[in-house]
Ligand binder design. Structure first.
Ligand SMILES: Nc1ncnc2c1ncn2[C@@H]1O[C@H](COP(=O)(O)OP(=O)(O)OP(=O)(O)O)[C@@H](O)[C@H]1O
Ligand SMILES: [Mg+2]
Length: 343
């Protein structure tokens, strides 16, 4: 029987919802919607609107959280069983979070065994992913969804959703054989940028920093004396004003590129491994000059990622055109829905 799951990415400017349907080990995109959040509209009303105006087959949703109440750490621990890890993680947690242990909910996952024994006793070690989130923050998030009449299924983290989207996509494409290929996925949104460095199965590094499209709009407003709405329009279609726009936003774009460069550099030095490919996504990734500036700063080519490329799309023509148009904004929602495979 077909199963459905909706990945719901509640961004700071846009809400994106992608429904994946699993049937006999095939996955297809069977519903899609994107809305721009209106300043005065409560989020539950916006969410209810999305589900009332579009024919989603389920209200079971996977969403994500991010920000300073969500802590992601990659730690090393002695090799132990999953059960032992679960117990040990509770005690380790306190070392890594800026909150009291009983204020958070947490999860942990064994990643891989470290090849060389690194403890003085020669004990084998493994890498572990530890995620903790402030309980009150998760409760508020869950309430938003329940107020909208939705059924929260899993709450994920934005960076992992990017990795899951890549992972399911690469599983669907037999040509994409190299499961060890190391990729950096970069999502530049409105208020933040997320980076996940991973191969097709494991995430090695994630980072989030708070710069994005809103900063570019702000600088245009200031330097060109525009209203936010006008600056948004000009940013997306600079037309004959392109050189003036490029000049005004150059410093802000440089800041974003600098932080991306630092993250990749840090990872490569820490792990002594080179990232094979850099994939760029997120609404702000379309800003004129951004991808070229990242290429220049990092000194290697980047790919404007099409997260849809390996997925079957089962939508009417209008929806399909809309999804294709919105392609830079849908990776996280699609990655959240990709959890259907691990259910
Ligand atoms: N064609 C375009 N050119 C430049 N910027 C664009 C374009 N289209 C959208 N944007 C910008 O992309 C941003 C929205 O992208 P996205 O939907 O990825 O963000 P979000 O998920 O709502 O935000 P966040 O992830 O930071 O919470 C806005 O800043 C918007 O101005
Ligand atoms: Mg986003």
């Amino acid at each position: 029987m077909a199963r459905n799951l909706v990945g719901l990415d509640i961004g700071s400017r846009f809400i994106k919802a992608v429904q994946l349907t699993e049937e006999k080990d095939t996955y297809s995109i069977t519903q899609y919607a994107r809305i721009e959040i209106q300043p005065q509209e409560p989020i539950p009303d916006a969410l209810r609107g999305i589900f009332e105006s579009n024919n989603f087959q389920t209200k079971r949703v996977v969403t994500s959280v991010s920000g300073r109440f969500v802590i992601v750490r990659y730690i090393t621990m002695p090799v132990m069983s999953e059960d032992e890890l679960r117990n040990a993680a509770k005690y380790e947690l306190g070392k890594y979070i800026p909150f009291e242990v009983d204020e958070v909910i947490h999860d942990c996952q064994k990643l891989e065994e470290v090849q060389e024994p690194t403890t003085p006793e020669g004990e084998k070690e493994m890498r572990v992913l530890l995620v903790a989130a402030k309980r009150t923050f998760i409760d508020e998030h869950t309430s938003l969804l329940e107020d909208a009449g939705l059924q929260p299924h899993v709450i994920d983290v934005d960076s992992f959703a990017l990795g899951n989207c890549y992972e399911l996509g690469s599983t669907l494409n037999p040509e994409q054989q190299d499961r060890n290929k190391l990729i950096a996925i970069i999502d530049v949104g409105a208020t933040k940028t997320n980076i996940n460095i991973a191969n097709a199965t494991t995430s090695y590094f994630t980072r989030e920093f708070y710069k994005g499209g809103d900063d570019i709009t702000d600088v245009l407003c200031k330097k060109m004396a525009l209203e936010v709405k006008e600056a948004e329009v000009l940013k997306r279609n600079p037309g004959s004003e392109i050189s003036r726009v490029s000049e005004c936003i150059a410093g802000t774009i440089d800041d974003i590129c600098h932080d991306i460069n630092i993250s990749i550099d840090f990872f490569e030095n820490q792990y002594d491994r080179r990232v094979d490919s850099i994939l760029l996504t997120g609404g702000c990734s379309q800003t004129v000059g951004l991808s070229e500036d990242i290429e220049r700063t990092i000194g290697r080519p980047i790919v404007k990622w099409n997260p849809l490329e390996n997925f079957e799309i089962n939508l009417d023509d209008e929806k399909k055109a809309q999804l294709t148009d919105d392609m830079p904004q849908v990776a996280i929602a699609l990655g959240l829905a990709s959890r259907i495979r691990k259910d």
